[in-house]
Design a protein around this ligand. Sequence first.
Ligand code: NAP
Length: 251
Amino acid sequence: MTSTDLSGSTALVTGATSGIGRAVAVSLAGRGAHVLAGGRNAGRADAVVSAIRAAGGKADFLAGDLGDAGAVRALAREAVDLGGGHVDILVNNAAVYPARGQSAETLEDDFDSLYAVNVRAPFFLVAELAPAMAARGHGAIVNVLSMSARFGMSGFALYGSSKAALELLTKAWAAEFGPSGVRVNAVSPGPTRTGGTERFGPGLDRMAAAAPAGRPAAPEEIAAAVTYLAGGGASFVQGAVLDVDGGRNAT
Ligand SMILES: NC(=O)c1ccc[n+]([C@@H]2O[C@H](COP(=O)([O-])OP(=O)(O)OC[C@H]3O[C@@H](n4cnc5c(N)ncnc54)[C@H](OP(=O)(O)O)[C@@H]3O)[C@@H](O)[C@H]2O)c1
């Protein structure tokens, strides 16, 4: 087994029915992982699972709503069953982001539902899965953040704060589970062309223009960084945030 070979491992990727999560699922399956593709949309899930299987990989759909507090731990246990008794890689990718996020216009229900998917769900997936990884002495968790967690942007207070919470959790979990062999890291993407960002139209290009790269990313460019952190090539990387934002955070 090489440092990039993931055969024998099970990877749960949340939000794998679209965009970055889909690209991560395809990439991890291409390295030999059995991918559990999380999401709610059965049609889009079938498309990604079928594409992986057609390429000779192994994938199954793990259906569930991460906004439902009672469902998250159960979903993690279902993943363990589906994964043959173990989940070795967890990619916390699913998230919701509002089209307009001005604080004064934000309703309490919006706040709660965004934090439920972006913070509470990753928290309880890790709470359920990381102890078993620690007991086995190995595992990798990759959280998908956002450049909007790295600096203040008008209109991104709620969403950015949820990703900033996940950034702190990345470091706290590295401290908590790292000594037992579980590496916890994060990728912080910049504007990326996905199903979720289609609605922003040219706004996505304008946002991307502020970075040295000057263009939005393709989902595969973010997935490459997630795949690196999930694999043995990152064996000494712990609690790190890898900015994959075309250089926006550096300027
Ligand atoms: N695209 C960007 O420009 C960008 C930039 C920075 C960071 N990010 C981050 O990158 C990640 C992926 O973004 P994306 O643009 O690829 O997203 P996307 O195209 O909008 O896809 C979102 C995914 O999350 C799943 N999801 C959403 N709510 C869910 C829920 N309640 N329960 C279960 N699954 C749920 C969706 O699955 P179903 O629809 O099947 O439920 C879908 O697979 C997110 O964490 C996002 O914050 C994206």
